[in-house]
Ligand binder design. Structure first.
Ligand code: UT7
Length: 327
């Protein structure tokens, strides 16, 4: 069995935060943010919105466009590093919201590579003949994980969700290279809760317990890692698939930084026009960035059956993944 994309959907919160707004709360400027990253705006949730509800909204659009019955979905995978709750998982919350009563549901955490890992998990289940219809979602509320006093991170990220329905099919193309390097785990971090139980001898002060950690990033380390690693994985995947780069219609990369995309394009000697971008509008939405971009392209009828597309994600862990698909 092979796998093909059937439909996409996305949801972005309505609240727009532009660079000028940020320059009023931290020592930054529109000039710095846009020239160093390409980001001009991002969307941020307001009260009542969350990771699961955005995921469900993106999923509903994908289901409607696919014209399938939610009861036909066998598996729901949500890639997120910002779930609303430790329990239940986001995928179960989505299941309840959309009525996908027959689905197995779980979350997958791989930072900005999450959607690519989830896509590969879906492929493995479909290839093995276990499931036929899978709903894959990337959804993030990163705004709650940011230190809004830290200009080196708060200007980069945004909230949003993207979804795709993939299904078993007879013929298709799917080649991947995935990787992880836990030795470089400190490049991107955000700690969870302190251990507090009757066996922990160290007394934890109330202020310790209450002080939450926020996203920290060694930006240049991550930048260098991406530019060094990702072009090679793209070349290898194209070779594995027996294709040439001339046959690749688009390189849909994780939307972290325009300069990263330009460097990758230059290394591959490919025109930047083959690298669609929307980070100017939405910032870095981590696991949601690739499915949001795919959905925006899909809505503009830019994706045609038979198009060969590279999808590539990279981020905390460190983790990375590059996949060649045929639309
Ligand atoms: O999605 C997960 C994967 N993440 C990524 O792929 C991100 C990869 N990294 C990057 O995109 C870039 O490294 C950043 C956009 C995060 C930073 O750009 P940079 O060109 O690497 O800047 P830098 O960190 O080297 O900082 C340069 C200067 C510093 O000042 P000094 O030390 O030169 O005086 C920073 O303090 O820019 C300063 N700076 C800022 N200035 C104004 C850092 N953030 C800001 C800011 N506004 N928001």
């Amino acid at each position: 069995m092979e796998m093909r994309f059937v439909s996409t959907g996305s949801y972005l919160p309505e609240q727009v935060v532009d660079n000028d707004f940020l320059s009023r709360i931290v020592d930054t400027s529109d000039e710095w943010i846009s020239s160093r990253t390409g980001i001009r705006q991002r969307r941020v949730v307001t009260a009542g919105e969350g990771t699961a509800c955005m995921a469900a909204k993106a999923a509903t659009k994908a289901i409607t466009r696919a014209g399938i019955d939610p009861q036909d979905i066998d598996l729901i995978l949500v890639a997120t590093m910002s779930p609303d709750n430790y329990l239940p998982n986001t995928a179960c919350e989505v299941q309840a919201e959309i009525g996908a009563v027959n689905a197995v549901c779980y979350d997958l955490s791989a930072a900005c590579t999450g959607f690519i890992y989830a896509l590969n998990t879906a492929y493995a289940f479909i290839k093995a003949g276990i499931y036929k219809t899978v709903l894959i979602i990337g959804s993030e509320v990163l705004s709650k994980m940011l230190d809004w006093n830290d200009r080196s991170t708060c200007v980069l990220f945004g909230d949003g969700a993207g979804a795709a329905i993939v299904q078993a099919t007879d013929i298709g193309l799917f080649e991947s290279i995935l990787g992880s390097d836990g030795k470089r785990k400190d490049a991107l971090t955000c700690a969870s809760r302190y251990i507090v139980n009757p066996l922990v001898s160290k007394a934890i002060s109330l202020s310790d317990k209450e002080s939450l950690d926020y996203v920290r990033m060694e930006g240049q380390e991550v930048f260098k890692f991406v530019v060094k690693t990702i072009p090679g994985t793209i070349q290898q995947v194209i070779e594995k698939a027996g294709c040439t780069k001339e046959e690749i219609r688009y390189y849909v990369l994780h939307q972290a930084n325009q300069r990263i995309l330009e460097s990758v394009a230059k290394k591959l000697k490919e025109p930047i026009e083959k690298f669609p971008m929307n980070l100017d509008k939405y910032g870095n939405t981590s696991s949601a960035s690739i499915p949001i971009l795919l959905d925006k392209m899909n809505k503009k009828n830019k994706l045609n059956r038979g198009d060969k597309i590279i999808l590539s994600g990279f981020g905390g862990g460190l983790t990375w993944g590059t996949t060649l698909i045929e639309w």
